[in-house]
Design a protein around this ligand. Structure first.
Ligand code: SF4
Ligand code: SF4
Length: 382
């Protein structure tokens, strides 16, 4: 049985968050069970892009600070890090730490922000698709890893939790390469599980105090969830988190794949809930991302027809001329180079587009909308 803890916390007041995280650690059996005194621990946070904490795109700095302070009080050393979307270099990291409110967390003594932008090839014998993978250098220099994710929706993966958070252990633009090589949702989901298996977080915490609904992971809206969710298993944590969002776990590819691979059991059979009752915290009318894909013509019509229908019916990115500031982030992030910039405005070649929605994910001004043809909306009924 894997423990998943739910502790109520309604805002980011330092003492309240510290109490909730302490309770969570107690619920899971205490630090001793997972961390040794003197360990160097990586807090793998979600720092997708430059966003203010209140936008609910990134793990809130108060959440990270309290977790880091508790680990230091216990006797560990803490490094905070992520490889955000886009290039992975010191300048980018500096800008993101500052913008996301992380500058004040470090003390250069016991808590530091990661600036190691090296990477190395690691072997992953338990991986299904990735037996070898390129990972960020800091993984090598720490004793333990803790996943510190954000409660959020995700265009391609429906929900991004403790498991998908570990994708940030893949350096910068290598992530785009993995997207490109594994455009199919099932493959991508299994790849994410492989990355998580490789990073092997000993504990996972989810900042579910304020989450994001709608067009996550960056263009949705903040929503009060009021919970610190934690577990000794990132797979079990996500299984509970998506239920809190009111989602069917089978609609979330990483959860579905974790059942299929025996990393987590269906119907909560291997899950021991500690703390708050799940049923008291399920969100009514939580908004899914509006871009759920449907391949309903697959194997039902000739291939050429399937391609034409697919081209015309699949959700597709569209760029809002009024909002676009011409920064080119979408162009640089697009894994198959499907975007071209003309007069500082993007356009997409839909035959090349793999519907990964990285363009929407990384647009700083929410200028990328995902258009769903009316017939698709009718069929999916969302
Ligand atoms: S255009 Fe957007 S959705 Fe399509 S492949 Fe590029 S980044 Fe992904
Ligand atoms: S759509 Fe967004 S990311 Fe792309 S150029 Fe415009 S503002 Fe930048």
């Amino acid at each position: 049985m894997k423990k998943v803890s739910l502790v109520k916390c309604i805002d980011y007041e330092y003492e309240k968050v510290k109490y909730a995280i302490s309770q969570s650690v107690n619920n899971l059996g205490g630090w001793d069970k997972y961390i040794s005194k003197g360990d160097k621990v990586l807090l793998k946070v979600n720092l997708l892009m430059k966003k203010k904490p209140e936008e609910a795109t990134t793990t809130h700095p108060v959440f990270v600070k309290t977790l880091a302070d508790l680990l230091v009080e216990y006797g560990a050393l803490v490094v905070i890090g992520d490889s955000p979307g886009g290039p992975f270099n010191e300048k980018v990291l500096k800008g993101i730490y500052k913008f996301c409110g992380y500058d004040d967390i470090s003390n250069d003594d016991t808590i530091s922000l990661n600036y190691d932008v090296s990477s190395y090839e690691d072997t992953n014998p338990e991986g299904l698709l990735l037996k070898k993978l390129e990972v960020i250098g800091v993984l090598k220099s720490v004793d333990k890893v803790i996943s510190v994710s954000k409660f959020k929706t995700h265009g391609m993966m429906v929900f991004t939790g403790a498991v998908k958070n570990m994708f940030g252990t893949i350096p910068g633009l290598v992530k785009a390469e993995y997207h490109y090589k594994m455009p199919n949702v099932d493959d991508f989901s299994n790849m994410l599980l492989d990355v998580c298996i490789n990073a092997d977080p000993v504990l996972s915490f989810m900042d579910g105090i304020v989450g994001m609904e709608g067009n996550g992971p960056s263009a949705g809206n903040p929503i009060d969830v009021g919970l610190v969710i934690s577990s000794e298993s990132p797979y079990h944590l996500d299984d509970i988190a998506v239920r809190i969002a009111g989602m069917d776990p089978y609609d979330v590819p990483t959860v579905k794949s974790s059942y299929e691979r025996g990393l987590c059991e269906e119907n909560l059979q291997g899950c021991e809930l500690v703390g708050e009752e799940l049923k008291d915290h399920i969100l009514d009318e939580f908004k899914y991302p509006s871009i759920q894909d449907v391949k309903f013509f697959k194997n039902r019509v000739p291939l050429f027809l399937e391609r034409i229908l697919d081209y015309n019916l699949r959700p597709r990115p569209e760029f809002d001329e009024k909002k676009c500031i011409g920064c080119g982030e979408c162009y640089r992030a697009c894994p198959p180079d499907a975007i071209t910039m003309k007069d500082n405005f993007p356009s997409v070649d839909l035959m090349k587009c793999i519907r990964c929605y990285c363009c929407q994910e990384l647009c700083p001004v929410k200028a990328v909308e995902i258009y769903r043809p009316w017939i698709l909306r009718k069929i999916v009924k969302m």
